[in-house]
Design a protein around this ligand. Structure first.
Ligand code: MN
Length: 271
């Protein structure tokens, strides 16, 4: 495995731990990243609570959400959410689907979720998808490719979509941008609900959303937030190990030395 791919897969696990540690993901929900050298593939954990995932649990799927290589792993039934969004949106490289309790009141009431302070401007316009419109009564899960494609159409050119009585799906051009948007999307939802108890709440203006989101998706902002959330993951003792379980002894030894070196470099960067 090339080092840059190994680094990306490690980052996928770190993003997942951050989102679990920030109470976005619980036993359910998932995060994926597009293959950096093959736009027709993506990586996602096998079926399990996302916080438990390690790099060895990742599977490589095509955009029909089928494994590229035979696997014994059970897969997430809702993985089509990811594959269908990657098909519809070549600019999207990372996707998170979650059932955060912060956004659920909006999914239940149909109240419009809008950016109510500067950092969540990155959620932009948030469409609302009702699975019943095309599919009638279902078990509420997005399991058929056509259901995933319908959700991707509802997302359109936006970055976050609410799903009636279910949760939300968020997209990003990178894992760090996705993590930023997902965390602040949930914080915005919690604050909008709280502010609505005080009275009328409206959105940032379209101009403010454009200017503020353009500022926030720049690496200085997404990296600063990422480093803070990584520190919280470290404090919670949830940081994944970089050593690969399935490698040969020699490769593992070499990569362990490299990981130690890179962790040292990262610590310098993070402090
Ligand atoms: Mn779901």
């Amino acid at each position: 495995m090339a080092d840059d791919l190994a680094e990306l897969l490690h980052e996928l696990i770190v993003a997942t731990r951050i989102l679990a540690n920030q109470n976005v993901l619980d036993a359910f929900g998932h995060v994926s990243v597009r293959h950096p050298r093959d736009a027709q593939r993506y990586f996602i954990s096998r079926h399990q609570a996302p916080e438990l995932a390690e790099v060895a649990d990742l599977v490589e799927l095509n955009l029909d959400s089928e494994p590229v290589r035979p696997t014994e792993f059970r897969l997430y039934s809702e993985r089509v959410i990811h594959g269908e969004i990657y098909k519809a949106r070549p600019d999207v490289n990372a996707v998170c689907h979650h059932h955060s309790h912060a956004v659920l009141p909006f999914c239940i009431s149909g109240q419009q979720l809008v950016p109510v302070f500067h950092l969540p401007a990155v959620i932009g316009q948030v469409p609302f998808w009702d699975q019943r419109d095309e599919f009638g009564d279902t078990n509420m899960l997005v399991v058929k490719p056509e259901e995933g494609a319908s959700l991707a159409r509802a997302l359109g050119a936006n970055w976050m979509v609410l799903m009636r009585r279910h949760g939300a799906t968020v997209a990003g051009t990178s894992l760090r941008e996705l993590t930023f948007r997902t965390v602040f999307g949930c914080e915005n939802a919690a604050l909008q609900s709280a502010a609505m108890a005080h009275g009328h709440v409206d959105s940032l203006s379209p101009g403010e959303i454009e200017l503020s989101s353009t500022h926030s998706v720049r690496p200085p902002s997404t990296n600063r937030a990422w480093d803070y959330w990584v520190r919280r993951v470290e404090k919670a003792r949830l940081m994944p190990s970089k050593v690969q379980a399935k490698r040969s002894a020699t490769t593992a030894k070499r990569s362990k030395a490299k990981a130690a070196k890179s962790t040292k470099a990262k610590r310098r960067h993070w402090s």
